[in-house]
Write a protein that binds this ligand. Structure first.
Ligand code: HEM
Ligand code: HEM
Length: 219
């Protein structure tokens, strides 16, 4: 079969993806440490401050994470066709059809795979939900980081309750990202094996490969 090369993801989109993904790795590792600083006893009487260091890296990664989420929200409005919010929402007949056909494809009920340049609708909706969880994560994070700020209190108190409750919710939300990452990687590999269109490499170079429909595909 002949394929043609299509430009799908802008450089800003790809940078956002990697800033988001790498920040989450740092946030989860440092977050686990903040929760249970296991080096304390061993480092007693030494002049290092591992908890302070880990908190510092957590906040640095938190700012990168926040920037990536904000830029992605802008791309939902002004990004290319694949990156815009209408591509993710089941608001057109094509998107609604794609939503159900993706379930059938993922459930092995059919082998036919709808060709689409951007995310399928199921993935698009999952990513939107992930950014909603990310918004909750960063608001609870900034609420804990600036407990004296009236602005963050006005968001944090009604949404998450006291500082300790916010910390507990912040911790629980971390598990969403861990589970998401595992399912995400599994589905990427699964898709790449079942329909080799260069999905994984597209997040590095921006291009996907689609079957050519000019008759040469039968060659
Ligand atoms: C995916 C993103 C994030 C994950 C997975 C994450 C994870 C965690 C975890 C597991 C903890 C420890 C909570 C506990 O004690 O059980 C924590 C604490 C904290 N996080 Fe995050 N976090 C994220 C984003 C952020 C952001 C964006 C900020 C804002 C800058 C932030 C600020 C904080 C603060 C202030 C604490 C409390 C530190 C302390 O009490 O010493 N986090 N985070
Ligand atoms: C080896 C690591 C990774 C690779 C190769 C990778 C690859 C990809 C690819 C190819 C897409 C587009 C898929 C599609 O069209 O549906 C994507 C989207 C996405 N990935 Fe990853 N990913 C990786 C790690 C992560 C991690 C660790 C996270 C966060 C926990 C993450 C979060 C996302 C999100 C939120 C999107 C949606 C992008 C958007 O529309 O804004 N990725 N990734």
């Amino acid at each position: 079969m002949n394929y043609e090369k299509k430009y799908v993801w802008s450089i800003l989109f790809r940078l956002c993806h990697w800033a988001f993904a790498l920040a989450i790795v740092v946030l989860v590792v440092t977050g686990f440490y903040i929760n249970d600083p296991w080096t304390n006893t061993w480092l007693e009487n030494s002049r290092t401050f591992p908890v302070a260091d880990m908190r510092y890296y957590h906040f640095l990664a938190g700012f990168v994470f926040t920037a990536a989420v904000l830029v992605r929200l802008i791309l939902y409005l002004i990004g290319n066709r694949q990156e815009r919010i209408f591509n993710a929402l089941p608001v057109t007949p094509g998107n609604v059809r794609n939503f159900f056909s993706t379930f059938a494809y993922y459930g092995y009920a059919t082998d036919s795979h709808e060709e689409r340049l951007g995310h399928n609708t199921l993935a698009g909706l999952t990513y939107l939900f992930t950014y909603a969880v990310a918004a909750a994560q960063l608001v609870s994070g900034f609420y804990m980081l600036y407990p004296e700020s009236v602005t963050w209190q006005s968001w944090g108190l009604p949404l998450f309750g006291t500082q300790q409750q916010a910390r507990f919710i912040h911790h629980l939300l971390m598990w969403y990202f861990l589970i998401f990452a595992f399912v995400h990687l599994y589905l990427l590999v699964w898709n790449d094996v079942r329909s080799p269109e260069g999905m994984i490499s597209s997040i590095f170079n921006g291009y996907k490969f689609k079957p050519k429909h000019d008759g040469s595909a039968k060659a």
